[in-house]
Design a protein around this ligand. Structure first.
Ligand code: ZN
Length: 435
């Protein structure tokens, strides 16, 4: 099979694609205006009609939407079709706030499978593969999107779900799994558990890892690939847009290809909302071009990245965005300085003898923010003398201070004492919030 799932669209000439994008954009704006009162009212207040958008650049006239619009419209306020036409509902977990609810028409599900098929093939999966999906099968989108995409390419799909890591490993061994689909932190935990069970995870025969739904660094990728022998790629999506399938890495692992025939990307300054030039970091904003049930119009993702239109060696002509390390949702403000957990991960992964598990505890002492990073060190390290341990701790503190620009306390803990995660890693305990 070709390395590219849908060459017609994935390698389309840029000019031709811009024409297609503009046609689809006009249809989407008209669809949203006619069928979603929320959009109709907002544009009317600005004296704006879909017909006023006469080029792709005119899109900048259209107001942004954000997560708050979904929660305000809970549950069905942004739907453009009656429930009768909706064949699937997904939702965010909503543990912290009102959940985001999205719906899919039959056509939307078809598109979703197509886009996730591109993700799967881009990451190296083929029809002869056995793909174990260790995302939760529930209201969230991760499992169902990749499930449909992998089925579409003809792979054998095992809907393992999350948790019960020993059983996951048993399935892997007995069913000859070659593709693993989950969060990168769960993949790391699975690899570690294999070692605990007394075998080398490289013996599992895993070839390909399709990882997403949390920010992760290239350093963690290298470590995962080293431990498991598989090729690990990142993919990106949000349930507000569709779920996985918005963008994906190819074998070059040099940026995520955006499925631009279905999503129009803009990068804006998070403060001013102004467009930033190619290659400059800003907030990713997406407009869906084919969605029926819940069209996304200039949706502000809160994710920081930059976009490049340089052609990729793989032959795809899609724009690429850099790996999303920073979600504005994850940002911590420590004594006025913005800190992202992925920065901590990047520093730790570059230090030898540190295990890829850490926890950040933020608290407030005498009105000052305190950040503590708890890290596990390799078992062989602990017999060392106390002085060496302290020296090492100071070394890590200094590395973190240089990267983050803020003083951090480091606490070394024994191996396997920090929590492991079967879904998205919860790296931060912020005690300032709960008092
Ligand atoms: Zn590529």
């Amino acid at each position: 099979m070709n390395q590219i799932w849908n060459p017609e669209y994935e390698t389309m000439a840029r000019e031709e694609r811009r024409d297609l994008q503009f046609k689809r954009l006009q249809m989407t704006l008209r669809w949203a205006y006619d069928n979603v009162p929320f959009h109709h009212e907002r544009w009317t207040a600005l004296k704006l009609k879909p017909g006023d958008i006469r080029s792709l650049d005119d899109l900048a006239k259209v107001p942004f939407t954000a997560k708050a619009d979904f929660t305000a419209a809970y549950p069905y306020g942004l739907f453009a079709v009656p429930l009768e036409k909706v064949v699937r509902i997904h939702s965010s977990s909503g543990t912290k706030s009102t959940p985001v609810v999205v719906g899919y028409t039959r056509g939307d599900l078809n598109t979703w499978a197509e886009l996730c098929a591109r993700v799967a093939v881009g990451g190296g999966a083929r029809s002869h593969d056995v793909a174990q999906i260790a995302f939760g099968y529930g209201l969230t989108t991760g499992a169902f999107g990749m499930h449909a995409g992998l089925e579409r390419i003809g792979a054998t799909v095992i809907p393992a779900g999350t948790g019960n890591t020993r059983r996951q490993l048993q399935i892997m061994r007995n069913f000859s799994t070659t593709v693993l689909v989950c969060t990168p932190s769960y993949a790391m935990y699975i690899a570690e558990s294999a070692a605990d069970m007394g075998f080398d995870p490289r013996e599992l025969g895993l070839r390909v890892g399709l990882f997403g739904s949390e920010p992760w660094t290239n350093q963690l990728r290298d470590e995962l690939e080293r431990r498991t022998g598989m090729s690990a790629t990142d993919n990106y999506g949000l349930s507000e847009l569709m779920g996985p399938g918005v963008s994906y890495e190819c074998q070059m692992k040099d940026g995520l290809h955006i499925n631009e025939d279905h999503f129009l990307v803009e990068v804006v300054d998070p403060q001013t909302g102004e467009l930033v030039p190619e290659g400059k970091e800003g907030e990713l904003v997406f407009t869906s071009l084919t969605k029926e049930a819940v069209p996304a119009i200039r949706y502000r993702t809160g994710d920081l990245s930059s976009v490049s239109y340089r052609p990729c060696v793989c032959g795809r002509t899609f724009a690429r965005h850099t790996k999303v390390y920073a979600r504005t949702d994850d940002m911590l403000i420590i004594r006025g300085i913005n800190v992202y957990p992925s920065q901590v991960e990047a520093v730790l992964m570059d230090i030898e003898r540190v295990e890829p598990h850490f926890q950040i505890i933020v608290s407030r002492e005498d009105v000052l923010d305190q950040m503590e990073v708890q890290i596990e060190v390799e078992p062989s390290f602990f017999p060392d003398a106390m002085a060496k341990l302290l020296e090492f701790q100071h070394h890590v503190e200094e590395q973190l201070r240089q990267e983050l620009g803020v003083r951090v306390r480091v606490r070394l803990v024994e191996p396997k004492t920090l929590p492991r995660h079967t879904g998205k890693a919860q790296r931060v305990i912020d005690k300032r919030v709960t008092g």
